[in-house]
Design a protein around this ligand. Sequence first.
Ligand code: NAD
Length: 699
Amino acid sequence: MTAHLSKQGRVAVITLDNPPVNGMGLATRRAFMQALDQAQADPGVGAIVISGAGKVFSGGADIKEFGQPQAFTEPNLHSMILAVEQSSKPVVVALHGSCMGGGLELSLGCHYRVAAPACMIGLPEVKLGLLPGAGGTQRLPRALGVEPALNMIVTGEPVASERLAAIPGQRLIDRISSSAEALLAEAVAFAESVAGVRPLPLVRALKAKHPQGDAFFQFARNTAKAMAGPFPAPLACVNAVERATRLRFDDGIAAERASFLDLMWTPESLALRHLFMAERAAGKVADVPADTQLRPIQSVAVIGAGTMGGGIAMNFLSAGLPVVMLETSQAALDKGLATLQKNYEGQVKKGKLKPEVLAQRMALLKTTLSYADIASADLVIEAVFEDMAVKQAVFEQLDAVMKPGAILASNTSTLDLNAIAGFTKRPQDVIGMHFFSPANVMKLLEVVRGARTAPDVLATVMALAKKIKKTAVVSGVCDGFIGNRMIEQYSRQAGFLLDEGCTPAQVDRAVEKFGFAMGPFRMGDLAGNDIGWAIRRRRYVAHPDMKYSKTADLLCEMGRFGQKTGAGWYDYRAGQREALPSEAVLQMLEGHRRNLGLTPRQVSDEEIVQRLVFSLVNEGARLLEEGIASRASDIDMVYLTGYGFPMHRGGPMFYADQFGLGNVLRAMRRFAANPLDDATFWQPAPLLARLAADGKTFN
Ligand code: NAD
């Protein structure tokens, strides 16, 4: 049973017991109601305490039930709360650890609330694009006061029990227990003291008021709109709380429910819920059991103190792990160290890091020119030049010096990890850790599983990723792994759009309006157009039949590498990042089209977005089919956390699912008819064609 009843004298204790977070799915609700009925019927019971087993009181509703019939099946959360409110015996809830969402809504139906110190209490529904749907928007303002309740509901951020208890006039928390350990005993004693006594009015009977009602809510609406971007939920939260101050309780509840159901089917909420599940799924690897014994990682070495090496080192220093950085010259070490220090100092200046913490972190860092100094590290990450001969020399050295069992990782973006593993006599210990630039900032970590990578090495790196606060996604070995292999198709398509008549600014604007953080050309200018140039030149040799627009090469031949040279697809004023349209680039594009005999045409923003996004989708389908990515949601995570794909669209694969895979195919057929494009580009990946034919989705 996921909720059970016990008795302590005249007090019945109902314990929610549904690990890990006492989620209130249907089975738990049923068990709870049974226990409540039993306590009601027992003449020996004078009062009831509700508590949670384990580390927390309750994480709230079961997210897997959202949008499913079980969520509405009786007893639903509403009827459960109503039953508590109608109890003839006073009900006291005992909160510890954390009390979220539906857990708080249930608590608000109780007659009294006793909380342990430091219990985190919140209504996080807005983070899933929703509002609290079981009375939270109506009861919390009544119990806590309008302003603090609104803050909690609109931000979704939890607040510690003592802080809530200190709010003047609040009726959310009746008692803070002397300690977490004493909570249950003190709640039971409190329940005994109120047994048979006429309880205080229920929260629903209180009034929610704000002295500057209209002005306050107008201000709150403006703030919510400004902060919410494309998401409708924050504004809906403000409106719901306002109704708590204006409508009768039952009318407010009815409106809350209608608003909840509206939000439930918005693409934004669907996308956020997808993201929530995708994040959890990404951490699991099908053939690596959750209880795999991990290798202890207590020290890290980083080879190469360049752009990536320094950022990678920062991740571990920030997590409190000692790091040794190895380079080929003292000058390179000094330069890397200075950059790293400057990055941390920037955080201090912004008030994000205390100076004494900076000192602690720097004290964990050592530098060396000798492999002997890194031999005892538990993990070594190589971030040297992207050149197979250099990688070979480094991995042969590592194989010679590193202690047995050390994990040998490479940050390569394009090279064959299996070949790198082959430079050692311990390929089982070799793995890819593909960080994104700037490595201390970007959330994404592609974990590249080689053909012979040992399961415990993979499990250790996945766990370590969590420790350094990265979102890890497993990728198989292929050129570009998940993210860059897909982005290549996107970049190719962006090039074809220029051939056909678009300007870089038009393409960027369309994509940014769709919600991308940055369009492809502004992105190229930021990253350096010479990087793509070098990659393409290798490709022209390896894949002579693959068609590219020549525009990006022409740009590089003009020396326009991007922001670092003050000119790229756009012009830049010295020291500034604002992208200004460039006459020279427009002339280059016109000349290029003339040479090819192309007549420029107007391309709509819709077509631009579809061609760019569906080129990601088609390649994503190939990655799935080849087993490089193991789930469509993993691909979405890569794009949401590493490539600025708009959060409210849920990632390319999810977006395609919502668009309808049949419609994606129809659009691709239209694009394939375009004579200027690469004729083979829009050949649908077999998986995409199959799913569309079967009326299925990726996710
Ligand atoms: P970088 O040129 O900035 O730094 C490379 C550093 O490695 C230099 O400081 C160099 O002195 C050092 N080095 C070279 N050979 C060495 C050796 N034998 N032993 C020790 N140190 C050596 O390059 P980067 O941009 O930091 O890239 C490093 C790796 O990370 C490459 O494999 C690259 O593909 C990958 N990567 C780069 C990015 C990016 O955006 N820059 C993103 C992801 C992955």
